[in-house]
Design a protein around this ligand. Structure first.
Ligand SMILES: Cc1ncc(COP(=O)(O)O)c(C=O)c1O
Length: 397
């Protein structure tokens, strides 16, 4: 058997020594250097005080954005850090006008609800209308149906690259090309693609992309990012803004003069500790390489599908490699209780009603961990030990 070169990164993630960590679709494992980076932050605050702003903190949303940029095929300076994806997607929406003849926003029924909540509320106030493209199976969105919804009336297509519930990969290349043909803009929510597969904003031709370091980039909460194409930055000014977006923030002028660069997508004072915590994960992912990470993900997700098929468990994930992201959900009997039994054994997965048990191998996952997880499910079911978790109502991861 050939050794898996990506396993050399395991020692960077201490949690892998104490649990079978299969939940990077929710919260990626913490790099072991994070406590040092947070100590560095505290040291700077303690010893440099307010001078720390001029010595790097103020620029961090942009300097860290330039660390993220190569992971999405962007150029340095085109990516800035924002507090949440919901905020970033809302800033994009706030930059657009919606004339009556082009006032539609196209989304899908399987986009992340947080973004939908914000878009539904904002759209109504901006004179826009959200069209939600339905799903037939709860797993994917038919491409033809999605393309048909994007017309000369569409101002913005605001969709997920990979759907959070099923890890279904939308054909964003075809969607961006079609949107361009009819004069619509595209904003991708790429939270479930960046870090587990190659993403190239320039090749895709997307106008905007938002994602975060929390999941597949192993960077923890608070480090989200926004890419805007140079032409989008030149054309649009977000109304959801703040003083970091001003071209001369320390002039404290009465009126907003947005920066010419991607700084214009920023808001108020950046959340510095999250940026300190968040940088190591993307650096390790970059070292590991996204082509290698994707190849391994495809192989390991296939092995999970095969294991589920052998056992007759319903697979709630795309089987087609081109449409399959990094997470496999399968519905085993008594899935909620089985999930709790797995967690009690430090096999960390998550469970979603309707989807089942979700298993998310990442570049640091061994094949043995996946077979251990499947064997543990077999045993929990055959011994009936899942019954000990009947009626346990605590939220599962
Ligand atoms: C696809 C997707 N978009 C957005 C979010 C939420 O992002 P935020 O909490 O940063 O607004 C999530 C969270 O899991 C997600 O899966």
């Amino acid at each position: 058997m050939t050794a898996d070169p990506l396993l050399r990164f395991r020692e960077e993630f201490p949690i892998l020594a104490t649990s079978t960590y299969l939940v990077s679709n929710s919260l990626g494992a913490m790099p072991r250097s994070v406590p040092d980076r947070l100590a560095e932050y505290a040291e700077q605050w303690q010893t440099r005080g307010v001078r720390a702003w001029a010595e790097g903190w103020w620029d961090m949303p942009v300097t860290m954005g330039s660390v993220i940029a190569p992971l999405i095929g962007a150029s340095p300076g085109e990516v800035v850090m924002v507090p949440t994806v919901t905020h970033g997607m809302s800033a994009i929406l706030s930059a657009l006008d919606f004339p009556q003849e082009r006032n539609e926003i196209v989304m899908t029924a399987l986009d992340f609800p947080s973004v939908r909540y914000a878009y539904d509320g904002l759209a109504a106030r901006l004179g826009a209308r959200v069209t939600v493209v339905p799903t037939d199976d709860g797993i994917g969105i038919p491409l033809d149906r999605l393309l048909a919804a994007i017309t000369e009336r569409t101002r913005l297509v605001a969709i997920s690259h990979v759907l959070f519930r099923s890890a279904y990969v939308l054909d964003v290349m075809a969607i961006c090309a079609h949107a361009k043909r009819v004069g619509a803009l595209v904003a991708l929510d790429a939270y479930h693609s960046v870090g587990v597969m190659p993403v190239d904003v320039h090749a895709l031709g997307t106008d905007f992309l938002c994602a975060g370091v929390l999941k597949w980039l192993c960077g923890g909460p608070g480090g989200c990012f926004l890419y805007a194409s140079p032409s989008a930055t030149a054309q649009f000014t977000p109304a959801l803004t703040g003083w970091q977006a001003h071209r001369a923030p320390f002039a404290f002028a009465d009126t907003m003069q947005p920066a010419d660069s991607a700084w214009r997508w920023l808001g108020g004072t950046p959340v510095i500790p999250a940026l300190f915590a968040g940088i190591a994960g993307p650096q390790i992912v970059a070292q590991a390489g996204l082509d290698a990470i994707r190849a391994k993900s495809v192989r390991q997700t296939q092995s999970l599908i095969d294991a589920a098929d052998v056992r007759g468990w319903k697979v709630n994930a795309p089987r087609d490699v081109a449409r399959r992201g990094g997470t496999i959900a399968f519905d085993v009997p008594h899935a909620a209780e089985v999930a709790r039994a797995l967690l009690a054994r430090d096999i960390v997965i998550d469970y979603r009603p309707g989807a089942g048990i979700r298993v998310a191998p990442h570049f640091y996952t061994t094949d043995g961990e996946l077979s251990d997880c499947v064997a543990a499910i077999d045993e929990i079911l055959s011994t009936g030990s899942w019954t000990a978790f009947l009626g346990v109502t605590s939220t599962v991861t």
